[in-house]
Ligand binder design. Structure first.
Ligand SMILES: *Cc1c(COP(=O)(O)O)cnc(C)c1O
Length: 475
């Protein structure tokens, strides 16, 4: 029997069990220093919740409804109730996965979820990996190892890659070359080859689902090209890594059960050939923020982490994931929450996480179809995953920009039937290749973008486009 568990029931039951465990250590009297003023508490809590629940308009904007299907903007959604309850249970004790002794069970959970994530990404069974605070620090770690392995040679990343790669290259003191992207937002293979031919680059970063346009770099073709030039490959699959579940499923590509195009599936499958890969469970893994992951194909890279800190306290010779991590303290609760989630929503194509992803992909396909049929809106490109980019129909680049901004703002401000989308800036020449009749009166324009990462978006696809269509008509 399938159920939608009540988060409060789950948290209460979990905390009762932890409280029972706590009692075995003897009654613990709370110290007066930790007592709080009851009136101040009530007042501050009221302000806290008041600010969180204020309308998302005005001087001190409140929260946007990330959990509701009418929020179809950025990559944001609440964690699964199971993840929340498991997190709350562990956070009450607050284990620290920097060392096995900081949380023996949560360290074990971390090793187990890394095996599951590694299998999802096609990494070998002995791949080395751990959880991180998020995708950025996971990428930093992968680029740091890349720098150590390549003697500090430059990295190359597509113009549509995440903006933090150039920043992290700066942190690491290595040069970062930008490779042109094509009109679909994928790395341009000819431009990549030109860059590789110059012989300077030591590491190429490929992106499996770009943050902006939701495009999948042609990994299956780019990785052999990199290999031919003896270059290391890091795949930033922070957003799209989970889609590899569908890419390797038995269901035929392009069907409702596996709604990825065959080409996209081929490139996602090739994540398996990377030297290192990053994936964010706090994006498509239904986790609260603070849960990224990095994996290395060659476990021997562990040698780069050697340190001799007098602070660490080891009671065993087993692998401490804290010993192979850039970060020291890491939340054991994050590992626990992910482990617990994957017990009931496993990393599989036909159950657990797979159907959650597939619903978002079908939502994107349906939204794209409805936009194509709209008189006032048009898709900018066909979605490769669950991110849709579209624009109001307009006569000129400047008008398109103004109209996008109006739909974005008016949709968000409408108190009765709001809809939340996001904006993305595209150069005018790129837009004019898609809409050849656009008059070139500006260099760039904002277009509209929706990340359809909640399965609930599937039922809302038609309603979402109808609402956006009305907004584009000034209604
Ligand atoms: C989200 C994202 C990142 C950054 O990850 P954080 O978890 O936000 O630090 C990096 N690369 C890609 C492709 C992303 O989508």
């Amino acid at each position: 029997m399938s159920v939608h568990p009540d988060p409060l029931d789950l948290v209460t039951a979990a905390w009762d069990r932890i409280a029972e465990w706590e009692r075995q250590w003897g009654e613990a009297e709370a110290h007066d220093a930790l007592a709080v003023d009851a009136d101040r508490l009530a007042e501050a809590m009221d302000e806290y919740l008041g600010r969180m629940t204020a309308p998302p308009r005005g001087e001190t904007p409140g929260m946007y409804p990330f959990g509701h299907a009418r929020y179809a903007g950025q990559m944001l959604k609440p964690p699964h109730p199971v993840a929340l309850a498991a997190y709350a249970a562990a956070a009450r004790i607050n284990p620290n996965n920097h060392a096995l002794d900081g949380g023996p069970p949560t360290s074990a959970f971390e090793k187990e979820v890394m095996v599951d994530l590694g299998a999802m990404l096609g990494m070998p069974a002995d791949a080395l990996g751990h959880l991180t605070g998020g995708g950025t620090v996971a990428n930093l770690e992968a680029l740091w190892i890349a720098r150590q392995e390549t003697g500090g040679r430059p990295i190359a990343v597509s113009a549509e890659g995440h903006y933090t790669h150039a920043r992290m290259a700066g942190v690491l003191g290595v040069d970062c070359h930008t490779v042109a992207a094509d009109d679909n937002g994928r790395i341009d293979l000819n431009a990549l080859e030109e860059t590789l031919k110059r012989g300077e680059v030591g590491t190429v970063v490929l992106t499996a689902t770009t943050t902006g346009l939701g495009a999948v770099d042609p990994l299956a073709d780019a990785i052999p090209l990199c290999r031919a030039h003896g270059v290391r490959v890091h795949v930033d699959a922070a957003y799209g890594g989970f889609f590899r579940l569908l890419a390797t499923s038995d269901a035929p590509p392009g069907t409702d059960r596996q709604p990825l195009a065959a080409e996209v599936a081929r490139h996602l499958a090739a994540i398996a050939d990377a030297d290192s890969v990053v994936v964010d469970p706090h994006k498509h893994g239904l986790q609260p923020y603070g849960c990224g992951a990095v994996l290395f194909r060659d476990p021997a890279v562990g040698r780069h982490y050697k340190h001799d800190s007098p602070y660490t306290y080891f009671t065993s010779a087993a692998l401490h994931l804290g010993e192979i991590s850039l970060e020291c303290s890491r939340p054991g609760a994050a590992a626990g929450a992910l482990w617990m989630t994957l017990q009931v929503l496993p990393l599989a194509a036909d159950r657990g996480i797979g159907p959650v992803l597939a619903a978002g992909l079908r939502a994107a396909r349906d939204v794209h179809g409805a936009l194509d049929a709209s008189a006032r809106l048009a898709p900018v490109l066909a979605p490769e995953t669950d991110i849709v980019v579209y624009a109001p129909r307009a006569e000129s680049v400047a008008e398109l920009d103004t109209r996008s901004a109006a739909v974005f703002q008016v949709g968000m401000d409408d108190p009765d039937d709001p809809v939340f989308v996001s904006l993305y800036r595209l150069p005018a020449d790129r837009l004019r290749r898609r809409f050849p009749d656009l008059a070139p009166d500006a260099d760039a324009a904002r277009v509209l973008r929706s990340v359809l990462m909640k399965p609930e978006h599937e039922a809302w696809a038609g309603r979402l486009v109808a609402r956006l269509d009305a907004l584009a008509g000034g209604g």
